[in-house]
Design a protein around this ligand. Structure first.
Ligand code: ADP
Ligand code: MG
Length: 711
């Protein structure tokens, strides 16, 4: 049986239409901000409660609404911006359909307080289902309009239920406000939660576009922006904006797109731009773009989507291609003079970094594999500072001479024990020049140093293994933290270098300073709160959060909050310290490697360790000897062998080290490694003795029966 066709009740029609225009609180905010801008406001303040579902309040300082118009302002198709259909082709205002306020009033309680410049006072009126409830009442008020929207979707329960998360809705509102803030530099836009004193986004009237991008998206992106701008008379469009350069890449693609000053989406343009960046950015990372397109109004159809978030324009493909080319040329131009950020390590020769297109990963000394025996390791930086770097010429001459010992240098790196030292010394004997002696001393130091290094690394690995066990007990292990090179951290210690190589490999266990700006959803990290792992430890860092952007990593330990130590503090103390900082927190953190290192040194990491000298590891309560942890053992052995001069006699005549540029400072090597004060002959004897010691102990044949009876 055919159904009966009935005319829908007007309120049902309006409610259905309202549901299309206002799909969620952020749509209402967008419409109302556009109304403020159409009314020439320069100051717009948005206040939100419960993600906009409880309250949305938009206050502006625009032209206001005339008292006479207040009766129909919330009716459908009432507008001050459009009169004939033809006007639509040259519309320069955001609004034109007279639908927004009507739609909102069908799904929420709306109250408007407004004052025009020539009115003696302000007027207030409330609306329901597009209708004025009572005649407007005079009241006090400044010029402009305040619209209060309460209990959004109170009469559309399915929609209300679908919008479960006020937090998510608030983020969307903040996103809309901040995008309009970027596009409307010269005007001040603010968004905050009701009851909060601090706004989540606040732009100032005298701020530039880049300033606004900085205050919304952070420093990391604002300092990597390139200005773009192009025009095509034939296609009747012009474009300008700011795009991130090839140094900047993030997981979330941000394209803030305005077409004829409307915040819109264009998946075609988004894809086209992404293909351009694919040639410059690491895989699976994305750029940031703010583009403002102005297309001749005759070529644009803005009326293709209920929320007007999509527009169509003529010659779309050609316009997109033209934008693509322009962006490519800008990126290419930038790439030829690319700037790399590196972190200065210890005082000493600056390391040049290795070239790689992949994002850099922190590599510690014990994880490094050397492909060139001359390449430096951490130990090289621990050389005495006084040691002047070799003259470039002298260095090349030395290489040309290539003594037998130098030929062995490369092999030396892999020498394992004293037997190899012996072999090397035998070679040295064939060239017993003064220089040879110097070099053999240096080589001997190198071997001894290598041993100590191995021991240190072994201990470190043990510490790490222990930590890992603790972590596995408590939380599933996340992937090894990879510090972000473009976060806000290290700002103070970064040094701009114009190098043609990639980011530097970090070889040092140092603390990091993460300067985190609080976003609409907070900082974006949480702390451990278990007893075994108190509140200083970072449990998780949200993706694309302010914390992640500032370089904070899971498993980091917070050492200081805003310059104040939180060692031994409880979870709630740490949280309180962070909260006390307001909109920004400066966290001095150490990753597990750095933490283990500082614990080993029995030193608390401070901000001075960001760049300053690192402490020495401590063994048995004493600072570990720099060159060789076996120094004491060597001393013991030497005294047993009775071939060493007094360990304290650093200036011994028998010393191999002559006072040349290579001479270590007093008390550094000579004092601690008495074995190095030996003559060649003595070292040889020493090595020989060691080999003899390794022989099997003599058999006590009296115990023969006892031994063999066990077999
Ligand atoms: P439209 O913007 O399409 O005209 P709206 O329903 O958004 O329709 O607004 C209806 C009318 O209300 C607008 O044309 C404008 O005259 C007036 N109006 C709305 N908001 C403001 C405001 N903040 N300041 C001044 N006038 C406003
Ligand atoms: Mg409007």
């Amino acid at each position: 049986m055919a159904g009966v066709i009935r005319r829908l009740d007007e309120t049902v029609v309006n409610r259905i239409a309202a549901g299309e225009v206002i799909q969620r609180p952020a749509n209402a905010v967008k419409e109302m901000i556009e109304n403020c801008l159409d009314a020439k406001s320069t100051n717009i303040q948005v206040t939100v409660k419960d993600g906009g579902l409880k309250l949305l309040q938009i206050q502006d300082n625009g032209t206001g609404i005339r008292k006479e118009d207040m009766e129909i302002v919330c009716e459908r198709f009432t507008t001050s911006k459009l009169q004939t259909f033809e006007d639509l082709s040259s519309i320069a205002t955001y609004g034109f359909r007279g639908e927004a306020l009507a739609s909102i009033s069908h799904v929420a309680h709306v109250t408007i307080t407004t004052k025009t410049a020539d009115a003696k006072c302000a007027y207030r009126a409330s609306y329901r289902d597009g209708k004025l409830k009572d005649p407007p009442k005079p009241c006090a008020g400044n010029q402009g309009t305040q619209i209060v929207v309460e209990d959004l979707f109170y009469n559309v329960s399915t929609r209300r239920k679908a919008l479960k998360s006020p937090g998510d809705e608030y983020s969307r509102i903040v996103e809309v406000v901040s995008r309009y803030a970027i596009h409307n530099s010269g005007k001040s836009l603010t968004v905050k939660k009701q009851g909060e004193t601090v706004a989540d986004v606040r732009t100032l009237p005298n701020a530039s576009v880049v300033d606004n991008i900085r205050s919304v998206f952070g420093n990391a992106v604002s300092r990597e922006l390139i200005e773009v701008g192009c025009e095509d008379a034939k296609l009747a469009f012009k474009m300008n904006g700011y795009i991130s350069n090839a140094n900047y890449s993030v997981k979330k693609y941000v394209l803030v797109l305005f077409i004829n000053h409307r915040l819109v989406e264009s998946s075609a343009l988004k894809k086209a731009v992404e293909t351009v960046y694919a040639a410059y950015l690491p895989k699976k990372t994305h750029p940031f773009l703010y583009l403002s397109l102005e297309i001749s109004p005759q070529n644009v159809d803005v009326n293709v989507h209920p929320t007007k978030h999509e527009v169509h324009f003529l010659h779309e493909d050609s316009v997109i291609e033209s934008i693509q080319k322009h962006i490519d040329s800008k990126l290419l131009g930038f790439n030829s003079s690319r700037t790399f950020f590196t972190q200065t390590l210890l005082p000493g020769p600056l390391k040049t970094s290795t070239s790689s297109a992949e994002p850099s990963e922190r590599v510690y000394a014990h994880q490094m594999v050397r492909t060139d025996c001359r390449s430096q390791k951490l130990d090289a930086f621990l050389q005495p500072k006084e040691k002047p770097p070799p003259e470039p010429e002298a260095a090349s001459v030395r290489q040309a001479e290539s003594s037998p010992l130098q030929q062995h240098r490369g092999e030396m790196e892999d020498l394992e024990d004293a037997e190899m030292l012996e072999e090397m010394l035998e070679d040295v004997q064939e060239a017993p020049t003064q220089k040879g002696q110097e070099e053999s001393s240096a080589a001997a130091q190198e071997v001894l140093r290598k041993r100590q290094r191995k021991e240190e690394e072994k201990k470190k690995e043990e510490v790490e293994a222990e930590e890992e066990v603790v972590e596995q007990e408590e939380a599933p292990r996340e992937s090894t933290p990879v510090p972000r090179s473009n976060g806000d951290s290290h700002v103070e210690v970064e040094e701009k270098l114009s190098l043609s190589s990639e980011k530097e490999v970090c070889t040092e266990p140092r603390p990091r300073l993460c300067v985190i700006q609080r976003g609409p959803n907070g900082y974006g990290f949480n702390l451990h709160s278990e007893r075994a792992r108190p509140g200083q430890y970072i449990r998780a860092v949200d993706e694309d959060s302010p914390a992640e952007r500032a370089g904070l990593q899971p498993k980091d330990r917070i050492v200081q909050v805003n310059g104040v130590s939180v060692e031994g503090k409880t979870h709630s103390d740490v949280v309180a310290a962070i909260k006390a900082g307001g909109r920004e927190t400066r966290l001095l953190v150490v990753d597990p490697d750095a933490d283990a290192f500082f614990k080993k040194c029995k030193v608390r990491p401070t901000s001075e360790h960001l760049t300053g000298p690192l402490p020495e590891p401590v063994v048995n309560g004493q600072p570990e000897e720099k060159v060789n942890g076996r120094a004491t053992k060597n001393a013991e052995r030497d005294s047993k062998l009775s071939i060493s001069p007094s360990p304290s006699s650093a200036s011994s005549n028998t010393s191999l080290t002559t006072p040349t540029a290579n001479t270590p400072p007093e008390g550094f090597i000579a004092d601690t490694i008495p074995a190095l004060n030996l003559t060649l002959q003595q070292v040889k004897e020493l090595a020989h003795q060691k080999r003899s010691n390794k022989r099997a102990p003599p058999m006590d044949w009296t115990k023969k029966n006892e031994l063999f009876s066990n077999l």
